[in-house]
Ligand binder design. Structure first.
Ligand SMILES: Nc1nc2c(c(=O)[nH]1)N[C@H]1C(S)=C(S)[C@@H](COP(=O)(O)O)O[C@H]1N2
Ligand SMILES: [Mo]
Length: 425
């Protein structure tokens, strides 16, 4: 499968720094052996791999489809790797030895190639901050009354700094043939998750990532190699990536039934449930107040900083507005700079709680001008009443993966300071 000669020729063309890359596995410079002694280090408090203080106890929780990120405790925009949400459809992370791992790129290409991890790491790299959000985030759990906390309503999104190689660079390397219009990515776990990506997206901002937040990917996030398909439905971000096949039509794998339209074209379509035109895979603009949020308690009246996260698969967040009076008035909340495209964006809003009942909400607008709707606005546009969102129809498997639902999340602060999910009050 490997085509060393032609691969080498291409690398040489692209610059001397890459010369010889495809000639074979490169030995990484020998680093610290795991478990080796650390002479000369005084013992006081030394921890070879740092762990957090025993007073910090925030953890992921389980739900039927995965592990939810504790957004209620989040600070800034980065999710610590150990708290990143995990969606693996029941499969344990495979125990992959990076020295054995290979990435194969083949199909409608001029030069099929396999890459070792060491080879991939020699290529020009980029680091980018992007969220990965499961299509099921608020598709269902947010609307169930038992979803009391933000971890339950929105915990299927997380945001990391990903480091790796742009997929477009590798695709140029193998030489995509004229007839190719899609690629199919395959994971190495037992279920071999298979996802199709239009070539146009693959050539744009898809990352072949081996790094997460300054260190190698965590096994749960796809160690040693995964796709980061910026802004698109998390399900497409194939973990434990081992194969990419260039093809002339999408695979329509079992994971894609229900997300890809039967003609396999993807693109834009009118979603009757959303009463608007949506892209089949780009996550729409969403925001949520992380503090104060469901399950938390304000100890007394007085000053608080309301804070939360906003994100959009359609690009950058432009504005976030906060309302503390049940939606009668909205004020701009300052955004943490710089704002990254297709990344969690932190907003902060000074608030003096007068001790009365308060309804807190946030809504965002992205660079395309798309505004996050309230559930009432969505219902009105669709001609349904609020019962619809709790109907068996909505909860059925056919609709539960609907990624489009991006309604404003209201939290109610009661007089005793307790905070509750107020999606239905
Ligand atoms: N190989 C493989 N890749 C996968 C999955 C999987 O089960 N196997 N789950 C997908 C789903 S459904 C989502 S939402 C994202 C979640 O990425 P994370 O677990 O790193 O948050 O990974 C995707 N990539
Ligand atoms: Mo997912």
């Amino acid at each position: 499968m490997r085509s060393k000669q032609s691969g080498r020729r291409r690398f040489l063309k692209e610059g001397a720094a890459l010369a010889g890359l495809a000639l074979g596995a490169i030995r990484p410079a020998s680093g610290q052996e795991p478990g080796s002694e650390q002479p000369g280090v005084s013992s006081g408090g030394f921890r070879a791999y740092g762990e957090r203080s025993r007073f910090v106890t925030s953890v992921r929780t389980l739900d039927p489809s995965g592990q939810l990120s504790p957004l209620q405790d989040s600070l800034g925009i980065i999710t610590p790797s150990g708290l990143h949400n995990v969606q693996s459809r029941g499969y344990d992370p495979p125990d992959i030895d990076p020295r054995q791992h290979r990435l194969l790129i083949h199909g409608l290409v001029d030069r099929p190639l396999t890459f070792t991890l060491a080879e991939l790491k020699r290529l020009p790299s980029v680091s980018r901050i992007h969220f990965i959000e499961c299509s099921g985030n608020t598709g269902r759990t947010a609307l169930e009354e038992k979803a009391a906390t933000i971890q339950q309503t929105h915990g299927k999104t997380s945001c990391s700094e990903w480091t790796g190689v742009l997929l477009s660079l590798l695709l140029r390397e193998v030489g995509v043939q004229k007839g190719a219009s899609w690629l199919v990515a395959e994971g190495a776990e037992k279920g071999n998750r298979t996802e199709s990506i239009p070539l146009e997206k693959a050539m744009d901002d898809v990352l072949m990532a081996y790094g997460q937040n300054g260190e190698p990917l965590r096994p749960e996030q796809g160690y040693p190699l995964r796709l980061v398909v910026a802004g698109w439905n998390g399900g497409i971000n194939v973990k434990w990536l081992r194969r990419i096949t260039l093809v002339d039509q999408p695979a329509m794998s079992k994971q894609e039934v229900g997300t890809l339209v039967p003609d396999g074209k993807g693109g834009w379509r009118f979603d009757s449930a959303m009463a608007q035109k949506v892209h089949y895979a780009e996550m729409p603009p969403k925001s949520v107040i992380t503090f104060p949020s469901g399950g938390q308690k304000l100890p007394s009246r007085g000053f608080y900083e309301i804070t939360g996260l906003a994100w959009s698969g359609w690009g950058a967040i432009r504005t976030v507005e906060v309302s503390t009076d049940g939606g009668r008035t909205w004020k701009d909340a300052p955004l943490q700079e710089p704002v990254h495209r297709k990344a969690h964006t932190r907003f902060r809003f000074a608030w003096n709680w007068n001790g009365e009942e308060a309804l807190l909400q946030s809504r965002c607008t992205d660079e395309r001008g798309n505004v996050q709707p309230t559930l009432a606005e969505l219902s009105k546009a669709m001609g349904v009443n609020s019962d619809y969102w709790q109907s068996d129809y909505w909860k059925s498997t056919a609709t539960s993966e609907r990624y489009g639902l991006n309604a404003v999340q209201p939290w109610k602060v009661a007089r005793d300071g307790g905070v509750q999910n107020a999606m239905f009050s």
